[in-house]
Ligand binder design. Structure first.
Ligand code: UN1
Length: 498
């Protein structure tokens, strides 16, 4: 299909695709596919006021009824899976299977959120006072600003939106300026769910803000935005975090990763190689969970590198729409140049680089061969997240040293170990082990399921999205004490008789 056909199938019409000032290019061939209208930052007051009005109505609906909207969204996503997946491929350059996988992740989180809408449980707590009962209730917070990145243009929105909606919060979505088209397609799909849901859904329940840093800042700084959930670079989070903190807003940050795999002497190397290749070169190394560092035991390092070099040599790189392609384009020429510059620095640090060159793909797009870099030490460039398919390989002798190396970076998103040794695996998962938010054994660091809480520590920002009890980040907890006695005893035995 041509780009125009993909956009037409997604229901985007000429009026939406032309006449604006924000050019959208496909990373596949660099072609400008649309010029979309930017939301004036000055409109943020109106947008937030609309969102607040929607909040007052939405919070009054029973949570299971709110879940019904998310159930319908899940149904509409199932029906539109191919069309939306194709727009993800067009706009983010993902191979077809990964574009569809991203939509599946949306469907999964909708299913999860529907169940959650009947499970927003609070605790009942034993009171120290006779005739008293304590409990916790969870309440909606208010408008939830969602800032998403270009690399997961739709799944991360759905993690936040499905959960925010069942929790009773309206959403204001500011996607990456590179992924306005996927966002507009999602809004069309949501509109179909809203039409089926009926009048219970207030106007402005989910609003889209198109633009860049200016629109992002207007959203983040607005005192009416109760929650800001932002996904992107650590540099972005460093700006967003303090701005939200300054006004005592709630912030959920999902920022950079620098994810490592330790490969122990007992590892199943066949499995390790497959896991490494998927997580290091999948999505052209542009996941926040992408594998960036392998820390391999010296006894197997040579063999592992040899096998990886062999696997890398056969990787089909090129048009992400073509069947068989595993590595599509990197997002643009400047991302490619940052990758090549990082490799230069690695060489200067004593690294031996295999691959890592600009290659022919589709004319007009930026294509690279994924790189394996054997490093003598974990130098500054290894400690830096370069959003590209670069895999640094280092060696270790003692597991403690490998864990120290794994933890010796500023980021703390995802980590994993390949080992068949139970003691090593459990130690790695223990308090003395990896310091990340996601820690795996015998699987790679990327491709997490939605059922778990997603996010990480240190410069990754500390936020949690998606499954488990991440919903608590979207709600206000109230501690309630109810006195059903005829006395008024004070806690801690305090006497205050009047
Ligand atoms: C991201 O890159 O921001 O775990 C999200 C994964 C995906 C989500 C990645 N489920 O790799």
């Amino acid at each position: 299909m041509t780009h125009a056909e993909v956009l037409r199938a997604a229901g985007l019409d000429a009026a939406q695709l032309t006449g604006g000032t924000l050019p959208i290019h496909s990373p596949i061939d660099g072609v400008e596919v649309a010029r979309v209208a930017v939301t004036p930052a000055g409109e943020m007051d109106t947008i937030v006021a609309r969102s607040h009005a929607a909040f007052l109505k939405w919070r009054d609906l029973p949570a299971p009824r709110r879940g019904e909207l998310v159930r319908l969204l899940g149904e509409e996503l199932r029906a539109a899976k191919d069309e939306l997946g194709a727009v993800v491929t067009l706009e983010a350059g993902k191979i077809t299977s990964e574009g569809l996988g991203e939509v599946q992740e949306m469907i999964d989180i909708c299913d999860f959120a529907v169940g959650l809408s009947r499970q927003l449980y609070g605790k009942t707590i034993a009171s120290e006072r006779p005739g008293h009962r304590m409990m916790e209730t969870w309440h909606p917070m208010g408008p939830c600003g969602v800032i998403t990145a270009f690399n997961f243009p739709v799944a991360v929105w759905s993690w936040n939106t499905a959960i925010a909606l069942v929790c009773g919060n309206p959403v204001i979505w500011k996607p990456s300026e590179k992924s306005a088209l996927t966002a507009m397609t999602c809004m069309k799909i949501l509109d179909r769910a809203l039409a089926r849901f009926g009048d219970d859904a207030p106007d402005g329940l989910v609003q889209l803000v198109i633009g860049g840093a200016e629109q992002g800042a207007a959203l983040v700084e607005h005192p009416g935005v109760a929650i800001v959930s932002a996904t992107g670079s650590t540099a972005m989070g460093r700006k967003v975090g303090p701005k939200v903190a300054e006004r005592f807003g709630r912030c959920i940050l999902e920022l950079g990763g620098n994810n490592a795999m330790i490969v122990a002497p007992s590892a199943d190397l066949d499995m390790a190689v497959r896991a490494i290749v998927f997580s290091a070169v999948g999505t052209c190394g542009q996941r926040c969970t992408s594998l960036r560092r392998v820390i391999a035991h010296d006894s197997i390092r040579g063999e592992l590198v040899a096998r990886l070099k062999k696997a890398y040599a056969t990787l089909p790189i090129g048009d992400p729409r073509a069947p068989g392609t595993l590595v599509g384009p990197i997002t643009d020429a400047s991302a490619r140049d940052r990758m090549l510059a990082a490799l230069e620095t690695a060489r200067a640090d004593g690294g031996t680089v295999h691959g890592g060159e600009a290659v022919e793909g589709v004319a007009g797009g930026a294509y690279v061969s994924p790189a394996i870099v054997e490093m003598p030490a974990q130098t500054e460039i290894v400690r830096t997240e370069t959003f590209a398919p670069i895999l640094y390989v280092m060696g270790y002798e003692a597991l403690e040293d490998a864990i120290a190396m794994q933890n010796g970076v500023p980021q703390g998103l995802s980590a994993c170990i390949f080992t068949l040794d139970l003691r090593e695996a459990e130690y790695y998962l223990s308090a003395a082990g990896a310091d990340c938010g996601i820690i795996n054994v015998n699987i790679g660091p990327s491709g997490a399921e939605i059922g778990g809480a997603f996010g990480g520590e240190k410069e990754t920002g500390g936020g949690r999205e998606s499954g488990s009890d991440a919903w608590k980040g979207y709600m206000r907890r109230a501690t309630n004490t109810i006195n059903y006695s005829a006395e008024l005893p004070l806690a801690q035995g305090v006497k205050f008789d009047i």
